[in-house]
Design a protein around this ligand. Structure first.
Ligand code: ADP
Ligand code: MG
Length: 266
């Protein structure tokens, strides 16, 4: 499999004197399904923002033989790097198919494309299939269930031939069934792409991560397999209490987040 590696070295993001990302190193190989976990405010989203060009950073970020830092957002996207946000960003009024068409033709004129479309390009029908949205292709995206919107967003990255996907809390607010389906989707998609998933839900992480990096206060606190990370005393400390314990935006995920290491010790 040809694929590029994501290499992050001494990445640093400073907001008005506050260091949100503090010297992060990461090596993520093609075919990996890397989970990035850590308490709220650890710097996870900011790290993804830095990789995708949304915030200024120092250090170095390479994808394959390309240097990303300092490149504008659009240029980074054209190198095959795509991300999702904590809230879905689909065109609610347009159908599933139209959303995928627009993503597939990014750069071409949107309206020209909508008018002139003849048949469905292979990569659009593949993305419909992969995301299990084929039967819903003519539905306005705004009427999709929460989980389906996230899958559509992932489909929009697939039609853009993205080879590095960075997903910010893709299962937040999802039902159990939606989580399972998303996990299977991520497994499938990561077979020939590099996938980084920011996640709060520890059960979801345990089920689907191939490797894990734990971020805390802008630094990589621990890294390895799920088992290795859960056995790390520093991770247990961060997750099990103290003033710097987890604060989560999503109250529903708090009970799942707390017993990260304990469950594995049994
Ligand atoms: P996480 O995604 O791990 O919850 P974030 O990356 O969103 O954490 O935030 C890391 C830290 O950086 C937090 O303390 C947050 O308040 C701060 N931060 C994030 N974005 C900005 C910004 N644009 N300006 C100032 N501070 C920010
Ligand atoms: Mg975040």
């Amino acid at each position: 499999m040809s694929g590029e590696r994501l290499t992050v070295r001494d990445l640093r993001v400073v907001f008005d004197g506050f260091t949100a990302v503090d010297g992060v190193n990461l090596d993520i190989h093609p075919g990996d399904l890397r989970f990035l976990i850590g308490p709220n405010g650890a710097g996870k989203t900011t790290l993804v923002d830095a990789v995708t060009g949304l915030v200024k950073a120092t250090g170095s970020v390479r994808f394959g033989d390309q240097d990303l830092l300092g490149k504008p957002v659009q240029k980074i996207a054209r190198l095959g790097i795509g991300r999702t946000f904590q809230t879905a960003t689909v065109f609610e009024e347009l159908t599933v198919l139209q959303n995928l068409d627009i993503a597939a033709g990014a750069g071409r004129g949107v309206w020209t494309m909508l008018r002139r479309r003849k048949g469905i390009p292979d990569k659009v029908s593949d993305a419909l299939e992969t995301t299990a949205l084929t039967g819903l292709r003519d539905r306005p995206a705004g009427t999709l269930a929460h989980g389906q919107k996230q899958w559509l967003e992932i489909g929009m990255l697939l039609v853009q031939d993205v080879r590095l996907l960075l997903l910010d809390e893709p299962v937040a607010g999802m039902s159990h069934e939606e989580r399972e389906a998303t996990g299977e989707l991520l497994r499938h998609v990561s077979q020939d792409r590099t996938v980084v998933v920011i996640e709060h839900d520890m059960d979801f992480m345990r089920s689907y991560a191939r490797s894990v990096s734990v971020l805390h206060a802008g630094k990589v606190l621990s890294e390895g397999t799920v088992t290795e990370v859960q056995a790390d005393a520093r991770v247990q400390e961060v997750y099990l209490g103290g003033a710097s314990g987890p604060r989560t935006e999503d109250p529903a995920s708090a009970p799942a987040a707390a017993p990260v290491a304990v469950a594995e010790e049994a």
